[in-house]
Design a protein around this ligand. Structure first.
Ligand code: ADP
Length: 403
């Protein structure tokens, strides 16, 4: 069996896959680690477990997660030896990791090197890896990097037009995120279409609380929207997305806001929340727009307009588009945003069938939403980052491990 682990600053999420990856045998999470409301929730085979108690650190949370998997009443395994490999979500691999990798001491040291690039994300990832190695010694562990898929971007796409030394000396460049999700859905799209991935020029719209647009040409990422610091591209739940950086100086000098205040505004108070004045959740914004709230309507319009702009831009970057994919919370569940984003793209061969679009909500299967017979397939593909992590883990674990 394969265990996947996604370790955040105050959470551990885990899933246990059957050896052939066809089934999720158990899934669980410890939330609010180190905070007063910390608790573990866990489900397997229709049974569930809720354990609200102090989890002062990731160490206790990790031990409790393994104990839940082994629990005689609620557990999914009888002995820890049944876990044959562990896959870890790893956020930032900089340019040191171009693909998923088996973890050894050298990999951990390289991941440490990447910490300055993702100070909020990489340290908890490393904690998860260390805890898993302690509790499951000798079991192969794999790191699957969010940034790896975007390592195929050409320099013209990943470089900023800053003095070159900032790239050379400080690794300042576009890295891109959500790569695990984008890789999964672009491969799924090729499977569903029965097309070799090499023949596809796909734009993937990963529209969740975080938003990433990616141009995938022949299965390789060639451009993406999120840049250096999990920022850029389309507006998100609370992040503004693309803004003129001159604004930051203006907010500081003319309005007297400190850098910390500006950071808070553009990361936490902008995007859907900022424009709508109501919520960072598209469901709430859409409801209020429906009820006549003009700011909410405008927030949706701006969101869809930015998505549409990048579909066009990336079609131009690839010299065409023959597959468009919507995924993640908004992409999988909002026919309205999908229709608005595709409006006016008929000149690229992109059309949306109203009934198919309305029907493709919250499903588990990839579904086409273009009218039958139109040239560009438009697909809603549910993403599954854990499955992608498990797939890489299985492949690499079978190839032999360094421990
Ligand atoms: P994350 O980036 O945190 O992984 P998700 O992919 O889970 O986020 O997406 C979360 C977003 O999906 C939320 O902003 C929510 O508004 C949106 N969402 C979920 N369900 C719906 C729905 N039925 N209609 C519109 N938006 C939805």
């Amino acid at each position: 069996m394969i265990l996947t682990i996604n370790c955040g600053s105050s959470t551990i999420k885990f899933q246990l896959f059957s050896a052939d990856l066809s089934r999720v045998l158990a899934r669980g999470a410890v939330n609010q680690i180190g905070e007063p409301g910390s608790h573990l929730s866990y489900r397997t085979n229709g049974r569930s477990l809720h354990d609200a108690r102090p989890f002062p650190s990731h160490h206790e949370a990790f031990e409790a997660s393994i104990a839940a998997l082994l629990d005689p009443k609620h557990g999914a395994i009888k002995s820890i030896g049944e876990i044959e490999a562990v896959g870890h979500r790893a956020v930032h691999g900089a340019d040191l990791f171009v693909e998923s990798t088996l973890i050894d001491d050298e990999v951990i040291a390289k991941m440490e090197e990447c910490v300055p690039l993702a100070p909020l994300h990489n340290p908890p990832n490393l904690i998860g890896i260390r805890e898993a190695r302690k509790l499951l010694p000798g079991v192969p562990q794999v790191a699957v990097f969010d940034t790896a898929f975007n390592q195929t971007l050409p320099p013209k796409a990943y470089l900023y037009a800053l003095p070159y030394r900032f790239y050379q000396e400080h690794k300042i460049r576009k890295y891109g995120f959500h790569g695990t999700s984008v890789r999964f859905v672009s491969q799924r799209a090729a499977e569903v279409l029965g097309s070799p991935i090499a023949a596809l020029k796909t734009v993937v719209c990963h529209l969740g609380n975080g938003v990433t647009m990616t141009a995938v040409d022949g299965g390789r990422a060639v451009d993406t929207t999120i840049g250096f610091a999990t920022f850029g591209g389309v507006m998100m739940g609370t992040r503004s997305g693309d803004i003129d950086p001159g604004l930051i100086f203006h907010l500081n000098r003319a309005l007297g806001l400190s850098l910390d205040e500006i950071e808070r505004i553009i990361y936490r108070e902008s995007g859907l929340l900022g424009l709508s004045g109501v919520s960072n959740d598209m469901r709430v914004v859409a409801e209020q727009a429906e009820a006549g709230n003009e700011h909410c309507r405008l927030a949706m319009e701006k969101f869809a307009y930015m998505v549409r702009g990048y579909i066009g831009s990336f079609a131009a970057a690839m010299g065409g588009i023959n597959c468009l994919v919507f995924t993640a919370g908004i992409g999988e569940n909002s026919p309205q945003i999908r229709a608005m984003a595709c409006q006016g793209l008929e000149f690229l061969g992109i059309r949306v069938d109203e009934a198919r679009n309305r029907a493709a909500v919250g499903g588990k299967e990839a579904l086409p939403i273009n009218p039958v017979g139109t040239s560009v397939p438009v697909l809603v593909v549910p993403t599954d980052e854990e499955k992608m992590i498990a797939m890489d883990t299985l492949r690499l674990a079978l190839s032999g491990h360094p421990n």
